[in-house]
Design a protein around this ligand. Structure first.
Ligand code: CP3
Length: 353
């Protein structure tokens, strides 16, 4: 589907609806983008990636540009997200890891003691020249459509490193958090420095907003979040403050943490589908914009149901000081791209002044 330039992107010198909403300023329409808008739901993505392992694709600027642009060509989305992965900076500093299809990141030697933590070295721009190159090229190709840079949050990165792969319960991760608080703090401090460095590299190359994905931090209760995670996330957001780009913070199942995730220093708090946006407004408090939160699975329901639920999200989102429409988590791989195209248009039509 061709991009509707009247609604998707602003012209030169004109602020984009996405950046305006993040800054809690009046918008011409509610902006919309989707987590995992680039990926297996798109046939052109599957074709571009054929035979190329995920981490190899992330290190090839030509492929990163092509894959990042694919959803922007297809949908009238108001922002692009840099095609990369949260483990790319870890690989770049020498961690032996791979992304296994259908599984996720797998670490050869999980980090479980002080010696392993101390081997995590800082990330330098020279470790990820492909990221700088890709973001610079994208900034040119995208024109007025902003590029969102991203990094993995400290809990989520720690979980992959400690468990050695994906985990539903994060047993070993929490065992370190509860049982070895000093080692945990040292690990998260290093991960915060790595995430901040990766985000700075993207912003200096042209990214106009950043999102910190602490996807699995919803497994932690509020008091432990406050003492064991928040200080490290705050360090990342503070490191980005001088750049004056909107900072988005997202996690899954974080209903009880939304206020604290804002307190950590985000300008925009991402909400999954479990908490209605008008309730999230109360939990987050004033001075923040919200992002979310249609259940990604709703896209498998008939169109009338999708449209009703979308209008409901928009209505609740109007109670926020700023609202960026998104799904409550990433696009599921079997989603029909035509439904996403229609959804973007519906969000724009329903919210246009
Ligand atoms: O469009 C976008 O949103 C940008 C691309 C993006 C990817 N990973 C590409 C990717 C982003 C923002 C991420 C972040 C990421 N990676 C997160 C946080 C976001 C979230 O979903 O909560 C997490 C937890 C990871 C770790 C990771 N990497 C997982 C769980 C997986 C999926 C494994 C699988 O095959 O199901 C990956 C691999 C990955 N990262 C894919 C993509 C498009 C799939 C790789 C493929 O196409 O084979």
């Amino acid at each position: 589907m061709p991009q509707d330039s009247a609604t998707a992107a602003s012209g030169p010198g004109e602020e984009s609806a996405f950046l305006l909403a993040c800054r809690r300023r009046p918008v011409p329409h509610t902006p919309v983008w989707f987590m995992r808008q680039a990926g297996r739901s798109l046939p052109e993505y599957r074709e571009a990636r054929a035979g190329i392992p995920m981490l190899e694709a992330c290190a090839r600027p030509d492929l990163v540009v092509e894959i990042t642009m694919q959803p922007v060509r297809r949908y009238a989305v108001d922002a692009a997200i840099f095609f990369s992965d949260i483990v790319v900076p870890l690989k770049a500093i020498g961690i032996d890891l791979d992304i296994k299809p259908g599984v996720g990141p797998v670490i050869a030697d999980p980090i479980r003691d002080a010696a392993a933590v101390d081997r995590l070295r800082p990330l330098e721009p020279g470790d990820v020249p492909f990221a700088t190159e890709a973001v610079q090229a994208l900034t040119g190709e995208l024109g007025g459509t902003p590029l969102i840079g991203f990094a993995g949050g400290p809990f989520t990165l720690a979980s992959y490193l400690i468990e050695g792969g994906p985990s539903k319960t994060h047993d070993r991760t929490k065992a370190m958090m509860y049982g070895e608080p000093e080692l945990w703090a040292r690990l998260l401090d290093r991960l915060a420095d790595i995430a901040a460095a990766y985000l700075k590299i993207q912003v200096e190359a042209g990214a106009r907003a950043i999102q910190l994905f602490d996807s699995w931090v919803g497994g932690v209760g509020p008091e432990d979040y406050r003492t064991s995670v928040l200080p490290h996330s705050r360090k990342i957001f503070e490191a980005l403050a001088p750049y004056d780009v909107p900072r988005i913070h997202f996690g899954v199942g974080t209903g009880e943490l939304l206020g604290l995730m804002g307190e950590a220093g985000a300008d925009v708090v991402g909400v999954d589908w479990r908490v209605p946006l008008d309730e999230a407004v109360l939990r987050v408090g004033p001075g923040k914009a919200l992002q979310g939160n249609l259940d990604p699975a709703i896209l498998f329901a008939p169109w009338d149901v999708i449209a009703d639920r979308t209008r409901d999200v928009l209505a609740r989102g109007r109670t926020a000081e700023g609202h960026v429409f998104n799904l409550g988590h990433g696009v599921l791989p079997t989603t029909d791209p035509d439904k996403l195209a229609r959804l973007v248009d519906l969000v724009h039509e329903e919210s246009a002044r």
